[in-house]
Design a protein around this ligand. Structure first.
Ligand code: APR
Length: 239
């Protein structure tokens, strides 16, 4: 059989062993807030300093030299580079660890929830790379206005990025890997059901996710162990 078009979906669990807390696991609360109470347009309208504080803390972690791509990110970079059919890595993560692990293949990487390292101006719509803290009085590098900058991140109730490309890839997909995601946040949580009976679907996660029963196959354990092992076996099976 020809090698199948591949989609890899990742979530916060793949970055846990790089030192970044997941959203719903132990340590996932931020200053006592659930992510669903911080990552919304309503929260930003009500208390922008609080929302900036949440993302400033997460952005600061990415500047920590100890936070680096781990063997799971590197294994997926190898898989995408070697895969002899169309391959798309869709990540729900807003960290930049996949970017760092596969800098030569960014055209195969789709961060559907945006990026911590980008800002967007709600006044002039400019998107810019951003490394530092953000505050309500930070001027936009494009129009100079203050008060309009927000993280270029998809909040609850907003449309994920790249959905046209994802839907086109889902139509072609015959092998689907879901890695380190709790399967609770849509639309990503719905990909496995959409592919049921059409693609070989595989879950790689620390524990069974909410939709674990929907997968053809599951391997549970830490991402830095199960992902490289699975990728190596998959690449060895290529002919
Ligand atoms: N290896 C593999 N999986 C792990 C590891 C690990 N070391 N540690 C945790 N996990 C698993 C958890 O068991 C859980 O199923 O990763 C999953 C993380 O789930 P969530 O914290 O819910 O993260 P995610 O699924 O990415 O959240 C989806 O929700 O908050 C929003 O927009 C945000 O993109 C995020 C989305």
């Amino acid at each position: 059989m020809a090698n199948p078009p591949l989609i890899i979906l990742t979530g916060a669990g793949i970055s846990a062993e790089s030192g970044l807390a997941t959203f719903r696991g132990h340590g996932g609360l931020w200053a006592g807030h659930k992510v669903e109470d911080v990552a919304t347009p309503q929260a930003f309208a009500r208390d922008p300093e609080m929302v900036h504080g949440f993302y400033n803390a997460r952005r600061a972690q990415l500047r920590d030299p100890a936070v680096q791509p781990n063997p799971a990110h590197h294994a997926l970079a190898r898989l995408v580079a070697a895969w002899p059919a169309p391959a798309l890595l869709v990540t729900q993560n807003v960290d930049d660890l996949h970017h760092r692990a596969m800098p030569d293949q960014l055209d195969r990487l789709l961060p559907m929830h945006g990026s911590l390292r980008r800002i967007r101006c709600t006044r002039c719509s400019q998107v810019a790379d951003w490394e530092d803290d953000l505050a309500t009085d930070t001027p936009c590098p494009g129009c100079g206005n203050t008060g309009g900058l927000r993280p270029d991140i998809v909040w609850f109730g907003e449309m994920p990025m790249g959905m046209d490309r994802i839907e086109a890839a889902l139509e072609q997909c015959r092998l689907f890997l879901s890695i380190g995601t709790s399967g609770l946040v849509y639309p990503a949580a719905g990909f496995v059901a959409a592919l049921s009976g059409v693609a070989r679907t595989v879950e790689l996660n620390l524990e069974p996710s909410a939709g674990s029963h929907l997968f053809d196959e599951a391997h549970h354990g830490p991402a830095t162990e199960v992902v490289p092992r699975f990728v190596d076996a998959l690449l060895a099976s290529l002919r």
